[in-house]
Design a protein around this ligand. Structure first.
Ligand SMILES: Nc1ncnc2c1ncn2[C@@H]1O[C@H](COP(=O)(O)OP(=O)(O)OP(=O)(O)O)[C@@H](O)[C@H]1O
Length: 639
């Protein structure tokens, strides 16, 4: 193994002190903290906020000023909120909700922006269409896009209002897409003095975590805002260019950061054992030569590469065998336990097939309009099963009458005060509930024969829960007489009405129909997966997270996208001319992207790390892993 330096735990404490100085309201100073995996960037963000609260919290609270903290995902926002504690001085949000919050009331300006931008997009599409070959899939897509923009422009001829859901899919003429919201915000920050004044006066500091993946145009707008408001407004960026995995991020960020920004440095990895840090260092070396040091009190740790053919017939069985080997190598029985290991696949469907929710996932995935809601699990049509039915069935099966009633009281229209009052005094008020729960339990929901449709019909027949709009076409018209008139529960009221309409659009009916015919028992693994509680995750989704034991599954043959290729990264497949050109020019290409993704996944490990590589050419892959110094002979098992 490559030698690795070690250092005491307080090695990088100077960086936090430097950030504390930057967050001085009398003289705001922008900074750029870019450091490797596990170096404690999120920790530094938390420390910065704690220190600020101590130094200036009271004065800020009194003057109504705030530090805006922006992260990439809801999960990251929640985690920071949990670590820092709720504090109105530090509103924490995702970039999309931050943007929408600030542009959401400017309807006429949004309309003007669309009216100026859409014709440019349209002209570009027409030009491409004229140059491109007719009849190809791309030409058909362009034709559809042209028709849709033309319809939207027509619709924009009268004053309109706009909607947007930061967490879901947005379709419908009045709804803005995720990328539109980011672009509009960037344009407003650059051109609207009122927007600039609001941001600068309200948020003298704007801190962005995972900024390597923050939208390029928006970052440039923040840079410009900081440059023209020196001494009043500062931006603090936390991130790691090596962990940039979304195409939206700014590839040139490091170069763009102005000379006068502070650049605190962190080199110590607090997360991983020495062997994992060394692997991260060699993966990273060709990109920026940043190498990390390990903590003096860190373990040596263990990594292994298991190589098999991409035609391996039963991959999950092979992976179980790998876990068994890891348990032996590490003397760590938790490697045998599915719950003790985080297995990372490149794409969701690979996790779905291993974790047992492939059929339901594929049924909905056929409709690209549902794709975000499916991946976050936030669609009302899914939440009926994951958040209403599944917890009820679990509580009832555990004979936990208290939990059953608590859940129904919070979620069921049958237990609404108005519904109970409507029943006559002579009635047993709980009888309809008991009948509904008994009917649900009688379905044998563990059996593959119980479909989502069977469960849905039972729920509808007994009026146990409200039926979301997307699923209403599949249930009988008349709800049971006992069921209360639809009266949204508080949580339903929160759910975005627009989203519900979009989910229920006629085009999506086919996907919902196919979904309803799949086995209901896939609900629980699906729910665990989307909430990140399960043993699987995706390579992209685990950014910022950490796990004791990590199993990274590399398998191009099972992947559907074309953005990544592990076989090419490991030199087991010839590079294309484009790949070679990107590498020679040092520009963004598939190989570099794959290398960064591999860096992200490997550096999640806190104790030990196994990579399973399914390859078209396993021997070449092994040779390359050795030649590049990524692994040593005794660390590789070839099957
Ligand atoms: N100074 C420190 N002392 C002890 N533990 C630390 C320190 N800094 C960070 N850690 C721990 O190291 C781990 C990684 O920290 P953190 O998640 O903040 O790193 P990061 O740089 O944001 O990582 P990544 O870029 O990989 O997501 C966490 O478990 C954190 O609690």
């Amino acid at each position: 193994m490559a030698d690795i330096e070690t250092a005491p735990a307080d090695f990088d404490d100077g960086a936090d002190a430097q950030i504390r100085d930057c967050l001085n309201p009398a003289n705001p100073q922008s900074f750029f903290l870019y450091a490797g995996a596990g170096s404690g960037k999120t920790r530094s963000l938390k420390n910065a906020l704690d220190a600020f609260r101590e130094d200036h919290g009271t004065a800020f609270r009194r003057s109504g000023k705030k530090i805006a903290v922006i992260t990439y995902t809801n999960a990251a926002a929640n985690e920071i909120a949990e670590r820092v504690g709720e504090d109105p001085v530090f509103p924490i949000s995702t970039i999309h909700s931050f943007c929408w919050k600030h542009i959401g009331t400017y309807h006429s300006d949004i309309q003007a922006w669309l009216l100026a931008t859409l014709p440019v997009d349209l002209a570009e599409l027409h030009e491409k269409q004229a140059r491109g070959r007719a009849g190809t899939k791309a030409a058909l897509d362009r034709e559809r896009a042209i028709a849709s923009i033309t319809r939207r422009l027509e619709w924009l001829r009268t004053p309109r209002r706009f909607t947007y859901n930061p967490n879901g899919d947005n379709f419908g003429q009045d709804s803005l897409s995720h990328s539109e919201v980011l672009k509009i915000t960037a344009a407003f920050i650059e051109n609207k003095p009122s927007m600039q004044a609001v941001l600068v006066n309200k948020y003298p500091f704007l801190l962005i975590d995972e900024s390597q993946d923050t939208n390029k145009g928006l970052l440039e707008a923040f840079f410009a805002l900081a440059a023209s408001n020196k001494g009043m407004f500062a931006v603090g960026l936390f991130g790691d260019m090596m962990q940039r995995i979304f195409l939206d991020g700014h590839p040139e960020l490091e170069r763009l950061v102005p000379e006068d920004w502070a650049r605190p440095v962190k080199r110590l990895n607090h997360r991983s054992p020495q062997r994992v840090i060394a692997l991260g260092n060699v993966l990273r070396a060709p990109i920026d030569h940043q190498s990390q040091v390990a903590r003096e009190d860190s373990d040596v740790g263990l990594v292994r590469l298991f190589v098999a053919s991409s035609s391996t017939p039963d991959k999950p069985a092979f992976e179980r065998q790998v876990q068994e080997r890891m348990a032996e190598f590490c003397g760590d029985p938790d490697w045998r336990d599915q719950a003790g290991v985080k297995a990372l696949t490149l794409e969701h469907h690979m996790a779905a097939s291993r974790y047992g929710f492939l059929e339901m996932f594929q049924a909905l995935d056929r409709d690209s309009r549902l794709s975000t809601g499916l991946r976050t699990g936030e669609m009302a049509g899914l939440r009926l099963f994951t958040e209403r039915v599944a917890p009820l069935v679990a509580a009832a099966q555990a004979n936990n009458a208290f939990a059953v009633m608590a859940h129904l009281r919070a979620t069921s229209p049958l237990l609404k005060r108005s519904a109970i009052a409507e029943r006559s005094i002579a009635d047993d008020p709980l009888q309809p509930i008991r009948a509904g729960v008994d009917a649900l339990l009688g379905l044998d929901t563990e059996s593959p024969d119980a479909t989502f449709l069977t469960v849905l019909q039972c729920v509808a027949e007994h009026g146990l829960f409200e039926i979301p709009a997307a699923l209403q076409p599949f249930v009988a018209d008349e709800p049971k007489a006992d069921a209360a008139a639809p009266e949204p529960t508080s949580e339903d009221a929160e759910s975005n009405e627009e989203e519900a309409v979009a989910e229920a659009s006629p085009e999506s009916l086919e996907a919902w129909r196919a979904f309803l015919e799949t086995p209901y028992h896939q609900t629980v693994p699906f729910a665990e997966y989307v909430s990140d509680r399960g043993p699987f995750g995706t390579h992209q989704g685990v950014k910022g997270l950490e796990f004791d034991r990590v199993l990274v599954i590399l398998d191009d043959s099972d992947a559907r996208g074309f953005l990544f290729s592990y076989d090419k990264l490991f030199e087991a497949k010839p590079l294309s001319g484009t790949d070679r050109k990107h590498l020679a020019d040092g520009t963004e290409g598939g190989i570099t992207r794959t290398r960064r993704l591999l860096y992200v996944t490997c550096t999640r490990a806190q104790k030990s790390l196994a990579l399973v590589a399914y390859s078209e050419d396993p021997d070449t892959l092994v040779a390359s892993a050795l030649r590049n110094g990524w692994f040593e002979v005794h660390e590789i098992e070839r099957f």
